[in-house]
Design a protein around this ligand. Structure first.
Ligand code: HEM
Length: 173
């Protein structure tokens, strides 16, 4: 079902707000993860992990899910479709991948925040601290690709997309 222009604009506003907002939130998370790993000030380290937990739970996860769900609605409600263009498929794959990686990191984030609430993370937690820096830096890079794909919308259509486009232009016999 194709969305009416007003609804489409509304959904697009929500989609761009959530997905580009997500990029900013992940950049903030990365800055905190680096501070948590590199700072020599115990208070800064503890504050960083407590803030990262809040940021992940209340901003990053909701924005990631909103971006994914609204993106799928946008695709199905416009002529882009979900499986017709490679740029839409690539965005879907990258966003699902980023969501899965994020959800798998939530335990580590909660664990480090739990430690930071009582004391400073010790060298035994170093592996997890490094992993959070790597994952948030990777997530940031991975999420920039959908922005470029959305703006350029490279023309490549899938076989299914070609068939659908042909059906749409076929005159009734
Ligand atoms: C975090 C990941 C994402 C980012 C950063 C992102 C970013 C954007 C941006 C900036 C636009 C506006 C482009 C424009 O029209 O000028 C857009 C549009 C669009 N996005 Fe996403 N997006 C993401 C995820 C998704 C997902 C998962 C899907 C669905 C599979 C999707 C499908 C679409 C579609 C179909 C449009 C065009 C809508 C229209 O023409 O009305 N996006 N996206």
């Amino acid at each position: 079902m194709i969305m009416k222009p007003r609804l489409r604009k509304f959904a697009l506003t929500a989609h761009v707000t959530s997905s580009v907002g997500l990029l900013g939130a992940v950049a903030g998370f990365l800055a905190l993860a680096v501070a948590g790993l590199a700072s020599t000030d115990a208070e800064t380290v503890r504050a960083a992990y407590l803030a990262m937990n809040l940021l992940a739970e209340f901003i990053i996860v909701p924005l990631m899910l909103a971006s994914l769900v609204i993106g799928i609605i946008q695709s199905l409600g416009t002529r882009w479709g979900l499986f017709r263009y490679y740029w839409v498929l690539a965005k879907l794959a990258l966003t699902v991948l980023a969501t899965v990686v994020l959800l798998f990191q939530m335990d580590s984030i909660g664990l480090l925040a739990g430690i930071a609430a009582k004391t400073t993370p010790a060298s035994a937690d170093l592996g997890q601290q490094i992993r959070l820096v790597i994952h948030s830096a990777g997530g940031l890079l991975v999420l920039i690709v959908p922005v470029a794909l959305s703006v350029y919308k490279p023309p490549g259509a899938t076989r299914y997309g070609f068939r659908k486009a042909q059906e749409a232009t076929d005159l009734p016999r």
